[in-house]
Design a protein around this ligand. Structure first.
Ligand code: PRE
Length: 380
């Protein structure tokens, strides 16, 4: 047979498959109606297991895995169409729709905002990117930022969530999971580390360096050329700059942003001392209530998957079926549990798109745990 003839045969098989696919979906829709009338849930895991075992056995060893994967996809499609026919929103679907309706059309220009660190911190730069005139309260720890919002002392909080070189800020993810706050905006800030000293200090005078541990890591090449310096960790790069300014010593230096030079009366001895100049941190703005402002095109979720082969594959298949892109996928251990993991997803889709609504309905109904962290847009 020629390739053309073989392809014509495949085309005929495909037409048959399409007809059977539509027929299967129509039958599932009828079952969906029955379930609705009899108050039965859409998802029937026992029936799905039965179907998968049956078709797997029927397919025989050679085709078992492929056939099981195909049918788990087909059943997920049935579930989506049954859920959409119900026109009954899931709890999460309702929360997102109400938040879109109730959130003002403009992001506030003024607000009481909690940031971690001291004046000059990168969090402050992120905060000023997000709000035109924020009233900033500085907190000692990330946990204190959450507490300031929970107590009502501040309306919003700004926290780092991810760095392009060091990756996710895990403690912030863990707190988002355990404390009830939502992401309402994000912003990218370019990180430029500089070496700051008291005016008049010369490079050869320096004996000690102070900075935040991430900044120290990010400048490791520069520091390894100056092994005689003793490197000390401080809570924050801006706190290190303030410490140098207040120390009265001329043998200490801070790794901090150039902005802190002016702020604390320091001199820049060297700019751009990081290993990689493409260094950005993403900051999030959190609030007590979910607020979804116009233009929200990113949604963060944390999902728990059943501990079985193919669970993540099947979930990713749902994103693919809706044509939705992911900008982040990472696993996080559940705090306090042995080897239990949740997956952090950043979904790249407008909250107004039907595909996003369908996906949310599906995830909320089928997954054991789906924690919604917020829908927002990112300032570049
Ligand atoms: O048998 C059912 O209850 C159906 O709704 C059909 C179907 C399927 O597509 O085979 C779809 C969803 C259920 O979770 C189980 C099976």
């Amino acid at each position: 047979m020629t390739i053309e003839e073989l392809r014509a045969r495949i085309d005929r098989i495909d037409s048959g498959l399409i007809r059977l696919y539509a027929e299967r979906l129509e039958t599932a829709a009828e079952i969906g109606k029955y379930k609705q009338e009899h108050n039965l849930p859409v998802f029937d895991p026992a029936r799905e297991r039965e179907v998968l075992n049956k078709v797997g056995a029927e397919a025989g060893e050679a085709n078992e895995n492929g056939v099981r994967a195909l049918f788990s996809f087909l059943m997920a499609q049935s579930r989506t169409s049954q859920m959409l026919d119900r026109k009954q929103e899931s709890e999460l679907g309702k929360l997102i729709r109400r938040s879109v309706e109730e959130t003002p059309k403009l992001f506030p220009e003024k607000a009481k905002v909690a940031c971690q660190g001291v004046e000059g911190a990168y969090s402050q730069q992120a905060c000023e990117k997000m709000f035109r005139s924020p009233a900033i309260t500085y907190c000692k720890t990330f946990g204190d930022v959450f507490s300031a919002i929970e107590s009502g002392e501040c309306e919003y909080g700004v926290l780092p969530i991810e760095n392009s070189l060091a990756g996710s800020v895990n403690s912030v993810y863990d707190k988002l999971l355990s404390r009830k706050c939502y992401i309402v905006r994000s912003a990218r800030v370019k990180i430029d580390h500089t070496l700051l000293v008291k005016p008049g200090t010369k490079p050869e005078d320096i004996r000690e360096i102070w900075s935040h541990e991430q900044a120290i890591q990010q400048c490791s090449d520069f520091l390894s050329k100056n092994k005689q310096w003793q490197v000390n960790v401080s809570s924050n790069t801006a706190a290190a700059a303030r410490m140098v300014a207040e120390s009265g010593r001329k043998d200490v230096a801070a790794i901090s942003s150039g902005r802190c030079a002016q702020l604390y009366g320091l001199e820049i001895l060297k700019t751009d001392i990081q290993n990689n100049s493409n260094n950005h941190t993403r900051f999030i703005c959190i609030s007590r209530k979910p607020e979804i402002y116009p233009g929200a095109d990113r949604t963060s979720l944390m999902l728990a998957l059943p501990d079985r082969p193919g669970a993540l594959y099947q979930l990713l298949g749902r994103f693919n079926a809706q044509g939705i892109n992911l900008t982040k996928l990472e696993s996080r251990p559940v705090p306090g549990k042995d080897f239990e993991f949740m997956f952090c997803f950043d979904i790249d889709a407008s909250v107004y798109s039907p595909a996003f609504t369908r996906l949310i309905e599906e995830l909320d109904v089928t997954l054991e745990k789906c924690v919604y962290l917020g829908s927002y847009s990112e300032l570049a």
